[in-house]
Design a binder for this molecule. Structure first.
Ligand SMILES: *[C@@H]1O[C@H](CO)[C@@H](O)[C@H](O)[C@H]1NC(C)=O
Ligand SMILES: *[C@@H]1O[C@H](CO)[C@@H](O)[C@H](O)[C@H]1NC(C)=O
Ligand SMILES: *[C@@H]1O[C@H](CO)[C@@H](O)[C@H](O)[C@H]1NC(C)=O
Ligand SMILES: *[C@@H]1O[C@H](CO)[C@@H](O)[C@H](O)[C@H]1NC(C)=O
Ligand SMILES: *[C@@H]1O[C@H](CO)[C@@H](O)[C@H](O)[C@H]1NC(C)=O
Ligand SMILES: *[C@@H]1O[C@H](CO)[C@@H](O)[C@H](O)[C@H]1NC(C)=O
Ligand SMILES: *[C@@H]1O[C@H](CO)[C@@H](O)[C@H](O)[C@H]1NC(C)=O
Ligand SMILES: *[C@@H]1O[C@H](CO)[C@@H](O)[C@H](O)[C@H]1NC(C)=O
Length: 431
């Protein structure tokens, strides 16, 4: 009698966990994260975007996703992957100076030291695999995923492809699907990157019809992805999370600020680009003088000047790679290093400026269906969300699960299975 009960409970669990169609995927829940670089939160409404809007209808709609400062590509992809602010993960801009290493480092060159800031900073695609039990990760052109992590450069995701803009989109999708359905190492956590509509937004600004054309093309690419997932019969089985890293703002010629003559240019080295300049005095004893000159100029120009220790409101004041002085253009303004001809698109501003806000859509078996949330998502909350879904413990993060947990369907498949296993174990002890 007692043993019959346990067997029945056990059979129920097996029945729910292994359906024939699911057999070819990981035994863990599967999450596919797709980043469309520079897809501003409201681009969905700029033109016809039927594929992304349909996904939204099937899953979650949020007002927007908040980025980290500076609202640039590499800092934010690393925040999405680590659940940490740039102040902590060390990718403080697209190019940085590391005073400890005495080197200039660039994400564009994929310098490994640029990404591997400290052994404590591990992207979730690494932590997922370290949790073991047949968890595998795949990263397709995802910023920071093709160089190693760890104290001895010992960690890489099971599958990765480094950036190569000439690989056709359908090929990228096929590869990602082959990872999720790999017979030996099926991935449960996949990150896929696409460089548009960022490039178009930069070249033409946010409202030019050529940018709008590329927004539409990005939606078409999402459509190709969904179609191929359906053909592989895994569309309904995986959780799809569509994100972007930041928004975009048009800057015109009349909005330029020329900082060159504000103080002797030979006194400092300058890193970064519009709208964030990082200022390193060549001689530390000139710091006050340089700061004072920029401060005086800022009263009659549209930018702010900060000392490193004054940037706590942007969570940007601790990291060794942050320079002693920072210049930040006001929203819509740019510095002399760009040439708007006649328009140019810019990001990097304070993430609280709404046009810097990013896209977030999620749908799949673990997410609520047709759920409209009034709360924005913060991109450092995604790692806590993934950790919860994958049941990966002890992941350090500056995000909070509380802000995103409401997007999950508490009574959906996997969570029910986990609950039943617990019930079965309790029963086997009791009976
Ligand atoms: C897009 O348009 C829909 C329908 O008009 C509206 O409800 C939604 O708030 C808009 N989204 C954004 C991000 O502007
Ligand atoms: C990039 O992809 C193209 C098309 O598949 C290929 O021909 C080329 O060799 C690749 N380049 C590098 C550097 O791998
Ligand atoms: C974009 O607009 C310009 C002028 O406003 C027009 O000449 C051009 O044909 C348009 N291009 C597209 C792709 O719609
Ligand atoms: C900025 O000002 C400097 C001189 O102060 C000048 O040489 C330079 O051409 C200006 N740059 C632009 C983009 O106007
Ligand atoms: C690092 O970059 C700064 C700013 O562009 C430049 O002044 C400096 O010479 C560079 N240092 C090295 C070692 O390349
Ligand atoms: C830095 O400035 C101080 C004060 O002007 C001067 O004494 C010192 O020689 C300078 N150091 C260098 C390396 O130029
Ligand atoms: C955001 O960008 C749009 C153009 O796409 C512009 O009309 C709007 O003024 C910008 N918002 C702010 C606050 O500058
Ligand atoms: C949650 O999942 C259950 C079981 O699949 C389903 O019946 C229910 O409609 C879902 N709820 C929401 C809000 O999506």
């Amino acid at each position: 009698m007692n043993s019959t009960f346990v067997v029945l409970a056990g059979l129920l669990v097996i029945g729910l966990t292994y359906s024939p169609a699911k057999a070819k995927l990981s035994k863990h829940p599967v999450v596919l994260v797709v980043s469309f670089d520079g897809f501003r939160y409201d681009y969905l409404n700029k033109t016809d975007t039927p594929n992304l809007k349909e996904l939204q209808r099937q899953g979650i709609t949020v007002p927007h996703m908040v980025s980290q400062f500076p609202s640039n590509t590499f800092p934010n992809h690393q925040s999405i992957a680590t659940g940490l602010t740039p102040d902590t993960h060390g990718v403080v801009d697209n190019t940085v100076r590391d005073p400890l290493l005495g080197k200039n480092l660039s994400g564009f060159n994929d310098d490994w030291e640029f990404w591997n800031y400290s052994p404590d900073v591990l992207p979730f695609y690494i932590r997922n695999e370290l949790a073991g039990d047949e968890r595998y990760s795949g990263c397709y052109m995802w910023a920071g995923s093709s160089t190693p992590y760890g104290a001895n450069n010992e960690y890489r995701p099971k599958f990765f492809v480094a950036y190569n803009g000439s690989i056709p989109w359908p090929d990228r999708v096929d590869t990602v699907i082959s990872w999720m359905t790999d017979p030996v190492h099926p991935t449960n956590m996949v990150f896929l990157y696409y460089n548009e509509p960022d490039s178009a937004g930069h070249s033409y600004g946010t409202d030019d019809n050529r940018t709008i054309e590329i927004i539409k093309q990005s939606d078409d690419r999402a459509g190709v992805l969904f179609q191929k997932l359906k053909e592989a019969e895994i569309y309904d089985l995986i959780n799809i999370v569509i994100v972007s890293d930041h928004g975009m703002q048009t800057v015109t010629r009349d909005m330029l600020i020329n900082t060159t003559a504000m103080i002797d240019r030979s006194l400092y080295e300058r890193y970064g680009s519009t709208p964030v300049y990082h200022i390193l005095p060549k001689n530390a004893s000139d710091t006050d003088r340089i700061y004072d000159a920029f401060k005086a100029a800022s009263y009659t120009n549209h930018f702010s000047v900060y000392r490193k220790e004054q940037l706590t409101h942007l969570k940007y004041s601790q990291n060794r790679r942050i320079m002693p002085i920072l210049l930040l253009a006001d929203p819509g303004y740019g510095f002399e290093n760009i040439n708007p001809n006649p328009n140019y698109g810019v990001h990097g501003y304070d993430p609280n400026f709404r046009n810097m806000s990013a896209l977030f859509i999620a749908a799949g078996p673990l997410f609520k269906k047709g759920y409209v949330s009034q709360l924005p998502v913060n991109n450092i909350d995604l790692v806590p969300l993934f950790a919860k879904i994958m049941n990966v413990k002890n992941v350090p993060t500056e995000g909070t699960l509380e802000r995103v947990e409401l997007l999950l369907n508490a009574s959906a498949g996997h969570f029910v299975t986990v609950l039943l296993i617990v019930v079965a174990q309790v029963l086997s002890h009791v009976l």
